[in-house]
Design a protein around this ligand. Structure first.
Ligand code: G3P
Length: 215
């Protein structure tokens, strides 16, 4: 399973990259708005910190504008994936951009039919937002299962990025069903490591180690 960090914060990216486990980064306009840096400069800096794909989002409406925006953004670094929302205009743009070899991450996906169309349009990635579905009393992980079945039925190569993750249980459930990628906020990434029994176990071993005679 590939682990992406869902953030635009350079410190968070540097920190998790130093663990040696970071496969990519996903951003969105909300995350970038917290960083107080010009958009293009921020994107270039993030792309310099990781070798895997960095998803950055387009904000245009119409297909022709999405296409120009995506082509321009894609020039900023070699490891970009361009996020485009799953609308009719977004699908038109994705079909053309994907045929040019630009990696598209179709985002704001909330239904299996949207994910099917994203794959048919040639998207490299699809981002279903499971936490936002849970927030409105749906079961986000069911959507991941449905998309996986559809993609397996037809051998689509589009990779599923489980997005809008709220807690470590989301990551574990996604791994159990074999989702390709989880994009994880920094706070949840830290929680994946921690366990109180690990901490108390280390403390006890250190205390007991001191009782061992040195000679
Ligand atoms: O980056 C997309 C997604 O992960 C957003 O998550 O927490 O705003 O629903 P959230």
């Amino acid at each position: 399973m590939k682990l992406f960090l869902d953030t635009a914060n350079l410190e968070e990216i540097r920190e998790v990259a130093s663990w040696g486990l970071l496969d990519g980064v996903t951003t969105n306009p909300t995350l970038c708005s917290k960083e107080n840096l010009p958009y293009e400069r921020l994107i270039k800096e993030i792309c310099g910190l990781v070798s895997g794909p960095v998803s950055v989002e387009c904000v245009s409406d119409r297909a022709e504008d999405l296409i120009s925006e995506a082509r321009k953004l894609n020039q900023l670094a070699a490891n970009l994936a361009i996020k485009i929302p799953v609308t009719i205009e977004g699908l038109k743009a994705t079909k053309i951009l994907s045929s040019e070899g630009i990696k598209i991450n179709m985002t704001l996906v909330f239904s299996p039919s949207q994910a099917l169309l994203a794959a048919k349009a040639g998207a490299a990635f699809v981002s279903p937002f499971i936490g936002r579905l849970d927030d409105v009393s749906h079961h986000g992980m069911e959507l991941i299962e449905q998309i996986m079945t559809i993609y397996e039925n037809y051998d689509f190569e589009t990779e599923i990025i489980v997005a809008s993750i709220r807690h470590p249980g989301h990551v574990v459930e996604a791994a159990l069903i074999g989702a390709h990628i989880a994009t994880i906020p920094y706070g949840v990434m830290e929680k994946l490591v921690k366990h109180p029994l690990t901490d108390s176990g280390i403390e006890k071993f250190l205390q007991d180690w001191k009782k061992i005679p040195s000679k």
